[in-house]
Design a binder for this molecule. Structure first.
Ligand code: BTN
Length: 249
Protein backbone atom coordinates (compact mmCIF):
# COMPACT_ATOMS: atom_id res chain seq x y z
CA UNK A 1 0.00 0.00 0.00
CA UNK A 2 1.37 3.36 -1.02
CA UNK A 3 4.57 1.96 -2.44
CA UNK A 4 6.39 3.99 -5.08
CA UNK A 5 6.03 1.81 -8.18
CA UNK A 6 7.99 2.76 -11.29
CA UNK A 7 6.68 1.13 -14.44
CA UNK A 8 8.73 0.87 -17.64
CA UNK A 9 7.49 -0.64 -20.90
CA UNK A 10 11.06 -1.74 -21.57
CA UNK A 11 14.33 -1.65 -19.60
CA UNK A 12 17.69 -3.38 -19.71
CA UNK A 13 17.20 -4.92 -16.28
CA UNK A 14 14.80 -3.82 -13.54
CA UNK A 15 17.61 -4.56 -11.07
CA UNK A 16 19.74 -1.86 -12.72
CA UNK A 17 16.90 0.68 -12.62
CA UNK A 18 16.27 -0.11 -8.96
CA UNK A 19 19.96 0.27 -8.19
CA UNK A 20 19.98 3.68 -9.91
CA UNK A 21 16.98 4.78 -7.85
CA UNK A 22 18.65 3.46 -4.70
CA UNK A 23 21.81 5.46 -5.39
CA UNK A 24 19.59 8.51 -5.85
CA UNK A 25 18.10 7.98 -2.39
CA UNK A 26 14.84 6.16 -3.17
CA UNK A 27 13.14 4.72 -0.08
CA UNK A 28 12.91 1.07 0.92
CA UNK A 29 9.90 -0.50 -0.73
CA UNK A 30 10.47 1.21 -4.08
CA UNK A 31 9.40 -1.16 -6.85
CA UNK A 32 10.51 -1.19 -10.50
CA UNK A 33 8.35 -3.17 -12.95
CA UNK A 34 8.90 -3.71 -16.65
CA UNK A 35 6.87 -5.27 -19.39
CA UNK A 36 10.02 -6.62 -20.95
CA UNK A 37 13.79 -6.55 -20.40
CA UNK A 38 16.48 -6.44 -23.02
CA UNK A 39 19.22 -7.76 -20.73
CA UNK A 40 17.48 -9.62 -17.96
CA UNK A 41 19.94 -11.43 -15.70
CA UNK A 42 19.71 -14.67 -13.80
CA UNK A 43 21.98 -16.08 -11.16
CA UNK A 44 25.49 -17.21 -11.99
CA UNK A 45 25.74 -14.87 -14.96
CA UNK A 46 22.90 -16.54 -16.80
CA UNK A 47 20.48 -14.69 -19.06
CA UNK A 48 16.84 -14.35 -18.05
CA UNK A 49 14.84 -14.20 -21.25
CA UNK A 50 12.27 -11.48 -20.71
CA UNK A 51 9.73 -11.26 -23.54
CA UNK A 52 6.64 -9.05 -23.18
CA UNK A 53 3.93 -10.63 -21.07
CA UNK A 54 6.10 -11.99 -18.27
CA UNK A 55 6.38 -10.36 -14.88
CA UNK A 56 9.72 -8.72 -14.15
CA UNK A 57 10.22 -6.55 -11.11
CA UNK A 58 12.68 -5.48 -8.46
CA UNK A 59 12.13 -4.36 -4.90
CA UNK A 60 14.54 -2.04 -3.13
CA UNK A 61 15.25 -2.88 0.50
CA UNK A 62 17.45 -1.15 3.02
CA UNK A 63 17.71 -3.84 5.67
CA UNK A 64 19.68 -3.62 8.87
CA UNK A 65 21.25 -7.00 8.40
CA UNK A 66 24.63 -8.58 8.57
CA UNK A 67 25.72 -9.43 5.05
CA UNK A 68 25.78 -13.14 5.93
CA UNK A 69 22.02 -13.05 6.59
CA UNK A 70 21.11 -11.42 3.32
CA UNK A 71 20.19 -14.80 1.82
CA UNK A 72 17.09 -14.54 3.99
CA UNK A 73 15.83 -11.73 1.77
CA UNK A 74 15.78 -13.88 -1.33
CA UNK A 75 14.35 -16.78 0.65
CA UNK A 76 11.58 -14.41 1.80
CA UNK A 77 10.94 -13.44 -1.81
CA UNK A 78 10.65 -17.06 -2.88
CA UNK A 79 8.18 -17.64 -0.04
CA UNK A 80 6.22 -14.53 -1.05
CA UNK A 81 5.88 -15.70 -4.65
CA UNK A 82 4.88 -19.19 -3.49
CA UNK A 83 2.24 -17.78 -1.14
CA UNK A 84 0.88 -15.45 -3.82
CA UNK A 85 0.50 -18.31 -6.27
CA UNK A 86 -0.98 -20.61 -3.64
CA UNK A 87 -3.57 -18.02 -2.64
CA UNK A 88 -4.78 -17.61 -6.21
CA UNK A 89 -4.26 -21.10 -7.63
CA UNK A 90 -4.35 -23.45 -4.63
CA UNK A 91 -4.05 -26.58 -6.73
CA UNK A 92 -0.87 -25.45 -8.47
CA UNK A 93 1.40 -27.00 -5.85
CA UNK A 94 3.89 -24.13 -5.83
CA UNK A 95 6.93 -24.79 -3.64
CA UNK A 96 10.13 -23.04 -2.65
CA UNK A 97 13.16 -24.58 -4.27
CA UNK A 98 15.96 -23.55 -1.95
CA UNK A 99 17.49 -21.04 -1.94
CA UNK A 100 15.43 -18.81 -4.19
CA UNK A 101 13.42 -20.41 -6.94
CA UNK A 102 9.76 -21.24 -7.08
CA UNK A 103 8.69 -24.44 -8.76
CA UNK A 104 5.39 -26.13 -9.56
CA UNK A 105 5.08 -29.70 -10.72
CA UNK A 106 8.85 -29.99 -10.98
CA UNK A 107 9.07 -26.99 -13.33
CA UNK A 108 10.49 -23.55 -12.71
CA UNK A 109 7.87 -20.86 -12.20
CA UNK A 110 9.99 -18.01 -10.86
CA UNK A 111 13.57 -17.04 -10.19
CA UNK A 112 15.07 -14.47 -7.86
CA UNK A 113 18.27 -12.50 -8.15
CA UNK A 114 19.34 -10.53 -5.08
CA UNK A 115 22.07 -7.93 -5.59
CA UNK A 116 23.71 -6.02 -2.79
CA UNK A 117 25.51 -2.85 -2.19
CA UNK A 118 27.47 -3.73 0.91
CA UNK A 119 30.84 -3.81 2.58
CA UNK A 120 32.07 -6.29 5.20
CA UNK A 121 29.86 -4.99 8.00
CA UNK A 122 26.94 -3.16 6.50
CA UNK A 123 24.40 -3.56 3.78
CA UNK A 124 23.68 -0.19 2.14
CA UNK A 125 20.83 -1.56 0.13
CA UNK A 126 19.61 -4.74 -1.48
CA UNK A 127 17.80 -5.07 -4.79
CA UNK A 128 15.65 -8.17 -5.02
CA UNK A 129 14.83 -9.00 -8.64
CA UNK A 130 11.93 -11.35 -9.24
CA UNK A 131 11.04 -12.91 -12.58
CA UNK A 132 7.78 -14.85 -12.82
CA UNK A 133 6.83 -16.79 -15.91
CA UNK A 134 3.30 -15.96 -17.01
CA UNK A 135 3.02 -17.56 -20.39
CA UNK A 136 5.33 -20.55 -20.45
CA UNK A 137 8.49 -19.20 -22.04
CA UNK A 138 10.62 -20.96 -24.53
CA UNK A 139 13.56 -22.69 -22.98
CA UNK A 140 16.56 -20.42 -23.06
CA UNK A 141 19.16 -22.28 -25.11
CA UNK A 142 21.78 -21.14 -22.61
CA UNK A 143 19.95 -23.13 -19.95
CA UNK A 144 19.00 -26.18 -21.96
CA UNK A 145 20.52 -29.23 -20.35
CA UNK A 146 20.83 -27.49 -16.99
CA UNK A 147 18.08 -26.39 -14.69
CA UNK A 148 14.44 -27.27 -14.72
CA UNK A 149 12.07 -26.75 -17.64
CA UNK A 150 9.89 -23.65 -17.22
CA UNK A 151 6.19 -23.35 -16.49
CA UNK A 152 4.00 -20.22 -16.53
CA UNK A 153 1.17 -18.98 -14.35
CA UNK A 154 -1.32 -19.32 -17.18
CA UNK A 155 -0.58 -23.00 -17.49
CA UNK A 156 -1.26 -23.40 -13.80
CA UNK A 157 -4.70 -21.87 -14.27
CA UNK A 158 -4.05 -18.26 -13.33
CA UNK A 159 -6.47 -15.99 -15.21
CA UNK A 160 -6.15 -12.64 -13.42
CA UNK A 161 -4.07 -9.73 -14.73
CA UNK A 162 -0.37 -9.55 -13.95
CA UNK A 163 -0.87 -6.55 -11.67
CA UNK A 164 -2.84 -8.82 -9.36
CA UNK A 165 0.12 -11.20 -9.11
CA UNK A 166 2.45 -8.33 -8.40
CA UNK A 167 0.15 -6.95 -5.70
CA UNK A 168 -0.10 -10.30 -3.97
CA UNK A 169 3.64 -10.92 -4.04
CA UNK A 170 4.39 -7.47 -2.62
CA UNK A 171 1.79 -7.87 0.13
CA UNK A 172 3.23 -11.27 1.09
CA UNK A 173 6.79 -9.95 1.04
CA UNK A 174 5.82 -6.98 3.20
CA UNK A 175 4.27 -9.36 5.72
CA UNK A 176 7.23 -11.77 5.73
CA UNK A 177 9.82 -9.04 6.20
CA UNK A 178 7.81 -7.32 8.90
CA UNK A 179 7.56 -4.20 6.70
CA UNK A 180 9.88 -2.66 4.13
CA UNK A 181 11.33 -0.10 6.50
CA UNK A 182 14.64 -0.98 8.13
CA UNK A 183 14.14 -2.95 11.29
CA UNK A 184 14.51 -6.39 12.72
CA UNK A 185 13.82 -9.14 10.23
CA UNK A 186 11.46 -11.73 11.73
CA UNK A 187 13.92 -14.43 10.74
CA UNK A 188 12.54 -17.33 12.78
CA UNK A 189 8.99 -16.98 11.45
CA UNK A 190 10.27 -16.50 7.93
CA UNK A 191 12.46 -19.60 8.00
CA UNK A 192 9.63 -21.63 9.53
CA UNK A 193 7.32 -20.59 6.71
CA UNK A 194 9.97 -21.33 4.09
CA UNK A 195 10.49 -24.72 5.67
CA UNK A 196 6.81 -25.59 5.44
CA UNK A 197 6.81 -24.72 1.72
CA UNK A 198 10.10 -26.38 0.85
CA UNK A 199 10.26 -28.56 -2.24
CA UNK A 200 11.76 -32.04 -2.06
CA UNK A 201 11.80 -32.40 1.71
CA UNK A 202 12.78 -35.97 2.56
CA UNK A 203 13.98 -36.63 -1.00
CA UNK A 204 17.44 -37.63 -2.10
CA UNK A 205 19.10 -34.60 -3.65
CA UNK A 206 22.40 -33.37 -4.89
CA UNK A 207 23.64 -29.89 -4.04
CA UNK A 208 26.32 -28.38 -6.27
CA UNK A 209 28.35 -25.65 -4.65
CA UNK A 210 31.46 -23.82 -5.76
CA UNK A 211 33.33 -26.08 -3.32
CA UNK A 212 32.03 -29.39 -4.53
CA UNK A 213 28.89 -31.48 -4.71
CA UNK A 214 27.05 -33.07 -1.82
CA UNK A 215 24.46 -35.78 -1.85
CA UNK A 216 21.98 -36.74 0.83
CA UNK A 217 18.43 -36.54 2.03
CA UNK A 218 16.99 -33.05 2.18
CA UNK A 219 16.19 -32.72 5.87
CA UNK A 220 14.97 -29.11 5.98
CA UNK A 221 16.23 -25.65 6.86
CA UNK A 222 18.37 -24.50 9.77
CA UNK A 223 17.33 -21.42 11.74
CA UNK A 224 19.58 -19.19 9.65
CA UNK A 225 18.09 -20.42 6.38
CA UNK A 226 20.86 -22.91 5.54
CA UNK A 227 19.84 -26.12 3.80
CA UNK A 228 20.34 -29.18 5.98
CA UNK A 229 21.34 -32.42 4.28
CA UNK A 230 21.36 -35.76 6.00
CA UNK A 231 24.38 -37.52 4.62
CA UNK A 232 24.63 -41.26 4.10
CA UNK A 233 25.54 -42.50 7.60
CA UNK A 234 23.31 -39.92 9.26
CA UNK A 235 25.62 -36.93 9.75
CA UNK A 236 23.94 -33.60 9.11
CA UNK A 237 25.46 -30.90 7.03
CA UNK A 238 24.39 -27.27 6.54
CA UNK A 239 24.89 -25.64 3.16
CA UNK A 240 24.71 -21.92 2.55
CA UNK A 241 24.69 -21.76 -1.24
CA UNK A 242 24.29 -24.11 -4.13
CA UNK A 243 22.04 -25.54 -6.79
CA UNK A 244 19.80 -28.38 -5.67
CA UNK A 245 18.73 -31.14 -8.03
CA UNK A 246 16.57 -34.15 -7.36
CA UNK A 247 18.38 -37.46 -7.71
CA UNK A 248 16.42 -39.86 -9.84
CA UNK A 249 15.97 -43.19 -8.09
C1 BTN B 1 17.42 -16.95 -11.74
O1 BTN B 1 16.56 -17.83 -11.68
O2 BTN B 1 18.56 -17.20 -12.14
C2 BTN B 1 17.07 -15.56 -11.30
C3 BTN B 1 16.25 -14.82 -12.34
C4 BTN B 1 15.89 -13.41 -11.92
C5 BTN B 1 15.15 -12.65 -13.00
C6 BTN B 1 14.63 -11.31 -12.52
S1 BTN B 1 13.54 -10.55 -13.68
C7 BTN B 1 13.57 -9.07 -12.77
C8 BTN B 1 15.00 -8.86 -12.31
N1 BTN B 1 15.79 -8.20 -13.33
C9 BTN B 1 16.75 -8.99 -13.82
O3 BTN B 1 17.57 -8.65 -14.70
N2 BTN B 1 16.73 -10.18 -13.21
C10 BTN B 1 15.67 -10.25 -12.22
Amino acid sequence: AGLPVHFFPVVGSTNDEARRLAEAGAPAGTVVVADRQTSGRGRRGRTWLSPPGGLYFSVLLRPQLEPRLVALLSLASAVAVTRAVQSAVPGAGARVKWPNDVIAGGRKLAGILAELSADQETVRFAVIGIGINVETPELDPARAGGGLPPIGLRQLGWTQPRAEVLGRVLAALHRLLGGFEPGQLPAAALVAEASSLLAWKGEEVEVRTPFGSWQGRLAGLAGDGALVLERPGGARQSLYAGDVTLREA
